[in-house]
Design a binder for this molecule. Structure first.
Ligand code: PLP
Length: 363
């Protein structure tokens, strides 16, 4: 529908894509250029990632979260965290086993489960429970065959955040039911008003039951570069690594060298990006509230998750009558119905323009 509108000459304002509009910071681009000129980077990379990259990840986790990781066994380079999410069920899920995953959720939790012939059990995220899953609601017959659980906070698409107490509950639950926890932490650095998101691995016992998928994509505006990391329990990392050895041959060394620069270099660029998103968030949420929408103020991520009566009808109306793309919540799972997601990856001018167009519609 968006392509059709654009063909008709409509100036579409696209809040649909979770892809930063800001460029990768120049010092990281420079590091890539230098590394790409070095023929030593032109060969097959190591399967697990350069040792120096894994050391940089370990140092970053230590500095940022006070989490100690052994670069040799507890860190694995990924070709973006999506790649790790897509492959991990192949390591731990047999046909007919259950995977627990939040609904609404990142769509690859479901497809990776289906590729491994697993069965999906959705954990509904509702406003009533602050968009955290209610673990006690999972039926016991599902628990008996549950092998793996996907969750991620700060959350895409709901923008919800999780407390240490919730993560501690997840650790106890995973221990009791022998479930591998995969925490997807792509947004840990995109946060506002002084809020500092946690790593799942900060919680006591987390490294016994799970791993975290992380990524440079959102933190350093590097979505196109395809570089991320899995960190945590050595056995789980080894299982994922064994699958990957048979699928890909690692991430380009020049990109890993640039990623080392990103993780170990100056971090001012991250604070600057958060300030930009925070201003956009304030403008968009403020404007939507003036229009009469009851929209929560997100503490983290670059998403605004707004309640509406019918997500498909609302998104269609926004596109047809205002030339604005928002994502219908139902696209993230049945419990996403009743919401639309705005990605604030557009400029202040475009957000102001979108609000102006919306003021012309009667909601
Ligand atoms: C963006 C995103 C990812 C994937 O990021 P990569 O670019 O593959 O590292 C994973 N999970 C969530 C929830 C995301 O929003």
């Amino acid at each position: 529908m968006k392509a059709e509108k654009q063909r008709q000459g409509v100036d579409v304002i696209d809040f649909g894509v979770g892809d930063p509009d800001l460029p990768t910071p120049p010092h990281i681009v420079e590091a890539l250029c230098t590394a790409a000129r070095d023929p030593a980077t032109h060969h097959y990379p190591s399967y697990t990632g350069m040792y120096a990259f894994r050391e940089a990840v370990s140092a970053w986790y230590s500095g940022r979260f006070s989490v100690d990781l052994d670069p040799a066994t507890e860190v694995l380079a990924l070709i973006g965290s999506k790649e790790g999410i897509a492959h991990i069920p192949e390591a731990f899920v047999n046909p007919g086993d259950y995977v627990l995953a939040t609904d609404p959720g990142y769509p690859v939790y479901r497809t990776s489960t289906l590729f491994a012939e697993g069965k999906m059990h959705e954990l509904p995220l509702t406003a009533e429970h602050a968009f955290l899953p209610v673990l006690d609601d999972i039926p016991s017959d599902v628990l008996q065959r549950a092998k793996l659980m996907f969750l991620g906070y700060p959350n895409n698409p709901t923008a919800a955040v999780a407390s240490r107490a919730f993560f501690a509950e997840v650790v106890d639950f995973a221990r009791e039911h022998n479930i591998v926890v995969v925490h997807d932490n792509a947004y840990s650095e995109i946060a506002f008003d002084g809020y500092r998101p946690l790593s799942f691995l900060e919680v006591d016992g987390a490294a016994e039951v799970g791993i975290e998928m992380h990524s440079l994509s959102k933190t350093y505006n590097m979505t196109g570069w395809r570089i991320g990391m899995a960190a945590g329990n050595a056995d789980i990392i080894a299982g994922l690594g064994r699958v990957k050895t048979n699928v890909d041959s690692g991430a380009f060394d020049a990109i890993q060298r640039a990623a080392i620069t990103a993780l170990t270099g100056p971090q001012q660029c991250v604070a600057d990006a958060c300030r930009v998103y925070q201003k956009r968030r304030d403008l968009l949420v403020g404007g939507l509230r003036e229009l009469g929408f009851e929209v929560p103020m997100p503490k983290a991520t670059f998403y605004v998750w707004m309640p509406v009566a019918d997500s498909m009808a609302f998104a269609a109306r926004m596109l047809n009558e205002a030339g604005i793309v928002v994502t219908p919540g139902v696209g993230f799972g049945t419990h996403g119905e009743g919401y639309v997601r705005f990605a604030i990856t557009r400029s202040m001018e475009r957000i102001e323009e979108a609000l102006e167009r919306m003021r012309g519609l009667a909601f």
